[in-house]
Design a binder for this molecule. Structure first.
Ligand code: KIV
Length: 308
């Protein structure tokens, strides 16, 4: 715990690690929750400095960091590796590790063991998994092992081959009714919060009103208890495609390209590194070196003074 100046007020207050209970209290006092994805140490560090409430190490890393076509190839080892890096960077945010495809579907026992690895090995505080009523038993088992679970309904990317495309979900009355039921089942199963991805905003608002646990929307409108975005989308780093609901707060791809081109041009023109970005040694030491070399081999004289 450390004493910090709150960015939103002039009062000095104690900064505490964000907990599951704090996230739930935020819903109770109608304070919107901020959540972003991170996959590495420097990003996690900066997010912590920005006081983001929840950092999700999402399996979206398969697409935005590892370059896969979908999230399906992501393994437990990939997730643990990236979660560890994030945990080294973020000390205050609530850290949630995303369970990858086939790490929780085959058996409840395997699901509990894999969920445990996120806390025991990777430094996470909670896990997230996708799916509705069909996951209720698994969620109950993980929660009873003492592991907080975040649910995920709507467009669940691990089911891409069932859906056929990344289109919005819950748009007809039947699908919306089922999603609402699923949300209530997940709350009863013990989830501490719920991601709602790419569903109609009025459905997301209704779910948020009906549940006591907080909802985190991505493409689900402002009626959720909090919002989440994939950081590479928000920063404009991932250019392959941008979902309609993404707001780009920066164009880092453009800025990175500008910097890479400028660097390349300066290297080609021998303009980099200049004196400011080079290490030097004193004239005295250089003189000594010349004398040492002359003694060793009198025929060897350093002619090129420009080397200094
Ligand atoms: O993997 C991920 O980044 C996610 C978010 C989109 C919620 O599941």
């Amino acid at each position: 715990m450390s004493v910090i100046q709150s960015p939103s007020s002039s009062a000095t207050e104690e900064r505490k690690k964000v907990s599951v209970r704090l996230i739930q209290a935020m819903k109770a006092r109608h304070e919107p929750i901020s959540m972003l994805t991170a996959y590495d140490y420097p990003t996690a560090l900066i997010m912590d400095q920005a006081s983001i409430d929840i950092i999700l190490v999402g399996d979206s890393l398969g697409m935005v960091v590892l370059g896969y076509e979908s999230t399906l190839p992501v393994t437990m080892e990939d997730m643990i590796h990236h979660c560890k890096a994030v945990a080294r960077g973020a000390k205050y945010a609530l850290l949630v590790g995303d369970m990858p495809f086939m790490s929780y579907q085959a058996s409840t026992e395997e699901a509990v063991r894999n969920a445990g690895r996120f806390l025991q090995e990777a430094g996470m505080n909670a896990i997230k998994l996708e799916g509705g009523r069909e996951r209720a038993e698994t969620i109950r088992a993980i929660v009873s092992a003492g592991i907080p679970v975040m649910g995920h309904l709507g467009l669940t990317p691990q089911s891409i081959h069932k859906f056929g495309s990344y289109r919005p979900q819950g748009r007809d009355a039947g699908a919306a009714f089922k999603l609402l039921e699923d949300a209530q089942i997940l709350e009863e199963a013990g989830c501490f919060s719920l991601v709602l991805e790419s569903i109609p905003k009025r459905l997301a608002q209704l779910v948020s009103q009906r549940l006591t646990i907080p909802t985190l929307g991505i493409g689900a409108g402002v009626g959720c208890d909090g919002q989440v975005l994939v950081t590479h989308d928000l920063l404009g780093i991932f250019e392959r495609f941008t979902p309609k609901f993404v707001k780009q707060y920066a164009n880092l791809a453009g800025e990175m390209k500008r910097a890479f081109n400028e660097y390349k041009a300066e290297v080609k023109a021998s303009a980099f590194p200049d004196d400011e970005h080079s290490v030097d040694m004193s004239d005295d030491e250089w003189q000594c070196l010349e004398e040492m070399l002359a003694k060793e081999n009198p025929s060897l004289i350093i002619h090129d003074q420009a080397i200094r």
